[in-house]
Design a protein around this ligand. Structure first.
Ligand SMILES: Cc1cc2nc3c(=O)[nH]c(=O)nc-3n(C[C@H](O)[C@H](O)[C@H](O)COP(=O)(O)O)c2cc1C
Ligand code: SF4
Ligand code: SF4
Ligand code: SF4
Length: 615
């Protein structure tokens, strides 16, 4: 079938999807929604509707990014009313069915936002939600809006038009278009995508490969998973365009096996592409042939590094190797190979659809476009956001993320995953782009963003991240293998009150050595949390070392629990203490024996009178 006919059919299906001849229920049901209970909520809706003999259409859609509000359910009615409800529980379902679906009452008290054209008093439009205002959704253009299992929904919203356009251009022109867009790789290093493709195009070889890197090993990062589960075709289209540009006929998606839903969606999407002749032989009636295979990885962080990833696909142990040669010269099975991140490829499909000039309207001169971030930690609105590069940390954390919970004070933000730097309040106005983050000692990384409040100990945070990178070090080169071990040992000593003033200088010197002497990006960035916390929070290190004090009250060896005059003598803590460290008569002030206390924190958790304090 010709692409125009596929587009017409897609348009008809998309219009039918939005016509709503009967109630339509959309449930955000990718992995994050499911973890919050989306599937039980769906089952409860089905049961309730069946009991009341109401016919309705159900669709599981992707992730809108509002993790804090999941499960999210959108109820649409034939009269045009479309309202989204947040934190929906099974208990709420009967009310929603009776009030919203049967009686047409939109229940503003339970609603989060309206969608579509019909405004409803007392309910904001979704685009006016503070978490949505300020976002620009290119990578997430379809997430939460389409049925990710329906290729026609994707086509109806412009999908595969980029591939059709690319196939009408010379491969060199496609590369030029990507170069003109200024797109930089979103996997971490920010290397210009068009230039990488040009290298691979120029390398003469009959066999070339393209690989989509969907390893996503950073703890707390879920941007790529959300894109693959919510809009797999956006990535597959980008990969196919990349293959055409460099003249590859085989592609791979390297994805961790812990992402079963993403793998399922990709497998289905690949079958759909084959049926529509977007993959296989003579794609869209041209002489371009291309196929895609999925390779599931076992989940080692280092396997996201491109040379380790290649080794893993080849069936070897996933260990990085030195570059040059770069994969664009000598990659998978010794052939020219390009490796691009999920997000990079989701950008490519839209750049080819809308043109490079359109893309350059977003971002800054050297960091064009948008970036997704997984907002986590001490922040009110956790979730997945997409913002133009150049936006400030303050806008992300306070306007989009809603600031710090419980009236606590912002202390630091870590960008870039476990190897990123911790940036302090003084840098809250920092524009988020590749150059500024690097200057500040951090990295863009793949998009993790962890917010910390006054209760976070920066030495402990550095120790925590280093523990991760140390465990994930493949051990091939000494600076990373041994250096990370010594850094971790010194940090642990400081958190245990065994640090000396010399520790700080040694941490810095060793950190710099590990950075400059390590073979791959893991070792080259692993010291970032240590170096930035020493740079911006030196006083906190000194408190641990010279005063044996953890100002945030986190490091167990450096804190003492005691009971103040708020104590009512209720005896709750005394009964709960596992170490029998608390004594006191009923209705009298209780006392903690510091020699017996194991600092487990139970007394503080159970006391309702704020009488247990840390010093
Ligand atoms: C330890 C380590 C882990 C990495 N993990 C990933 C990953 O999960 N996903 C990714 O796209 N890139 C990851 N990278 C970066 C890749 O090596 C590579 O630069 C990237 O996939 C290239 O794609 P891009 O040009 O589109 O950014 C990692 C790098 C290192 C050093
Ligand atoms: S830097 Fe670390 S992870 Fe990378 S090759 Fe060396 S030991 Fe392995
Ligand atoms: S729980 Fe609180 S109020 Fe009750 S005895 Fe313990 S410290 Fe006192
Ligand atoms: S911190 Fe734990 S061990 Fe110490 S007094 Fe409280 S409950 Fe007992």
């Amino acid at each position: 079938m010709k692409f125009e006919n596929i587009q017409q059919q897609a348009q008809r299906e998309w219009e039918a999807f939005n016509r709503l001849e009967r109630p339509r229920i959309l449930i955000g049901a990718v992995t994050c929604g499911r973890a919050a209970g989306a599937l039980s909520v769906r089952a409860a809706f089905e049961k309730e509707l069946a009991t009341r003999s109401i016919a309705a259409d159900f669709y599981e859609v992707g992730c809108l990014g509002m993790c804090y509000a999941e499960p999210l359910v959108e109820i649409g009615l034939p009269d045009g009313q479309r309202v989204m409800y947040n934190n929906v529980t099974e208990k709420m379902v009967a009310d929603l069915v009776e009030d919203v679906i049967e009686n047409g009452n939109p229940r503003p008290d339970l609603a989060l936002a309206t969608l579509g054209d019909a405004a409803i008093e007392g309910i904001p439009d979704v685009s006016n939600l503070p978490m949505m205002e300020g976002q620009v959704r290119i990578i997430l253009r379809n997430a939460g809006l389409i049925d990710p299992t329906n290729v026609h929904h994707y086509v109806a919203r412009g999908g595969y038009s980029g591939l059709a356009r690319a196939l009408g251009m010379m491969p060199e022109e496609v590369i030029k278009e990507v170069k003109n867009s200024g797109l930089r790789g979103r996997g971490g290093a920010g290397f210009p995508t068009g230039i990488k493709w040009e290298f691979a195009r120029r390398t003469q070889n009959n066999t070339k490969y393209v690989i989509c890197n969907a390893d996503e090993g950073d703890p707390g990062a879920f941007m790529d998973r959300a894109v693959l589960e919510s809009d797999p075709h956006a990535v597959l289209e980008g990969l196919t365009i990349a293959a055409y540009a460099i003249d590859a006929s085989q592609g791979f998606i390297y994805i961790r096996a812990e992402y079963p839903l993403a793998v399922e969606r990709l497998n289905l999407a690949i079958r759909q592409m084959e049926e529509l002749k977007f993959l296989g032989e003579n794609i869209m009636g041209t002489d371009f042939n291309f196929s895609i295979r999925i390779k599931e990885g076992a989940g080692a962080f280092v396997c996201g590094e491109e040379t380790a990833l290649i080794a893993s696909i080849e069936g070897r142990r996933g260990m990085p190797s030195s570059r040059p040669p770069f994969p664009s010269d000598c990659g998978l099975h010794g052939k020219p190979t390009i490796i691009n991140n999920v997000e990079t490829l989701a950008n490519v499909s839209e750049i080819l659809n809308r043109g490079a000039e359109w893309f350059t309207r977003y971002g800054t001169e050297k960091s064009r476009g948008t970036k997704t971030f997984a907002l986590a930690g001490k922040i009110n609105r956790t979730g997945l956001i997409e913002v133009p590069l150049g936006i400030t940390l303050k806008d992300i954390i306070f306007n989009i993320g809603g600031g710090i919970p419980d009236g606590k004070k912002f202390k630091a933000v870590q960008t870039g995953g476990p190897s990123g730097g911790c940036l302090p309040e003084e840098l809250i106005e920092l524009p988020v782009n590749y150059e500024e983050l690097t200057k500040a000692g951090s990295i863009m990384g793949s998009g993790g963003m962890i917010v910390m409040d006054e209760d976070s100990c920066m030495v402990d945070i550095a120790r925590y991240f280093l523990e991760f990178t140390h465990k994930e070090s493949c051990g091939k080169c000494t600076p990373c293998r041994m250096g990370s071990q010594h850094l971790l040992r010194m940090l642990t000593e400081i958190t245990e009150g065994k640090g000396t003033p010399g520790h700080i200088d040694t941490l810095v010197k060793l950190g710099e050595t590990v950075k400059s002497g390590s073979l791959c990006g893991l070792g080259q960035t692993a010291p970032n949390p240590v170096l930035t916390t020493v740079r911006y929070f030196r006083k906190e290190y000194l408190s641990h070392i010279t005063d044996s004090r953890c100002p945030a009250g986190v490091c167990q060896e450096l804190i003492t629990y005691s009971i103040n005059e708020n104590c009512t003598g209720c005896r709750v803590c005394l009964r709960a203490c596992p170490a029998d460290a608390i004594t006191g008569e009923k209705k009298e002030l209780h006392v903690i024996d510091p020699d017996k206390c194991t600092r487990c924190g139970t007394c503080m958790d159970v006391c309702k009178f704020d009488a247990v304090v840390i010093s």
